[in-house]
Design a protein around this ligand. Structure first.
Ligand code: MG
Ligand code: MG
Ligand code: MG
Length: 306
């Protein structure tokens, strides 16, 4: 029976490439694994897959009775609904420890680095397995994406070192230029619907009894949102009501200015203001200078309030 490997819901490049890279490694080690995904491929990931001539992992949203490895998450809220009926063999992740538990011992590679693929690279090194050229290129892109080309405060020396080594294997000289090319693809928000945009990189977090949804869009110039703020907010309202969420936040991150415009829709706006020690403007927005990471600069401060 094959083991399925997948990342979080609304998968990003790290979740998709991580499923592929971890699956390749596990198969080299003699396990029988299949990379899968929990949702649609976003435009950035489509760009990466096309560039390195890979096909996307198959869609799989039911895992009851299956053996699985998780990559890039350990939160129930980001899992398939029936995850409690699956047998979790291992977790590879770079987020805060979530609320998933297991009934048997498991393999855990959880490290505070900028990207799951940095950890997978270290696993390849540990097992002394060679990484194929195209796979190395994709892993490089995943790290450049998660660390926002090394600008994110989540980026560590281990991430830059992994990138250097992966770029050598992939024979890519100017990998920062490749990163920029990727973020320009990511900045094309005009061809998507407001709903697609809010949900493109959206995560739910359980805080006390509340569900807090936080979306993020990273672009090279925030002015692309000038004409669509109102439709984005209308969609945030729908998304908030659909699942009875307490709060829906949308981070519009400017990777050149290195900060984020935070759009807020909450039952308790004061808690959000207190979390970041700011006052929202009359449009329920605020500019957070230097804030680029949801994981490191948003979630921990919200958790303190809830
Ligand atoms: Mg991710
Ligand atoms: Mg990641
Ligand atoms: Mg990210």
């Amino acid at each position: 029976m094959a083991t399925y490997i997948f990342g979080h819901t609304t998968p990003d490049s790290d979740s998709i490439v991580g499923a592929l890279s971890l699956s390749y490694l596990k198969n080299q080690l003699g396990e029988d694994t299949i990379a899968t995904r929990q949702g649609d491929i976003n435009p950035e990931t489509a760009f990466i897959l096309e560039k390195f001539d890979y096909t996307a992992p198959e869609l799989k949203t039911k895992v009851a009775g299956e053996d699985v490895y998780l990559i890039d998450f350990s939160d129930l809220a980001q899992s398939p609904k029936d995850i409690k009926e699956a047998n979790i063999l291992g977790i590879v992740d770079h987020h805060k420890l979530g609320d998933i538990t297991t009934s048997a011992p498991l393999e855990c590679w959880i490290r505070p680095v900028g990207c799951s693929n940095t950890i997978v690279k270290q696993m390849f090194d540990y097992h002394e397995i060679e990484i194929p050229k195209a796979l190395a290129g994709m892993m490089l892109c995943a790290i450049l994406s998660d660390t926002v080309i090394f600008k994110s405060p989540t980026c560590t020396k281990e991430d830059t070192k992994a990138c250097k080594e992966l770029a050598e294997i992939a024979e890519i000289e100017d990998y920062k230029a490749l990163g920029m090319e990727m973020f320009i693809v990511k900045s094309d928000v005009l061809s998507a619907t407001p709903r697609e945009l809010v949900l493109r990189d959206f995560k739910d977090f359980k805080m006390g009894d509340n569900t807090i949804g936080v979306g993020q869009l990273e672009v090279v110039d925030l002015s692309v949102f000038d004409t669509m703020k109102e439709t984005l907010k209308a969609e945030m309202k729908n998304i908030k009501e659909e699942e009875g969420r307490h709060t829906v936040l949308l981070l519009l991150t400017d990777i050149m200015k290195e900060g984020s415009q935070l759009l807020v829709l909450s039952d308790e706006t004061l808690k959000i203001e207190n979390a970041f020690n700011v006052k929202l403007d009359e449009n329920a927005e605020v500019w957070l200078n230097g804030v680029m990471s949801r994981k490191k600069q948003i979630i921990p401060f919200l958790e303190k309030q809830f």
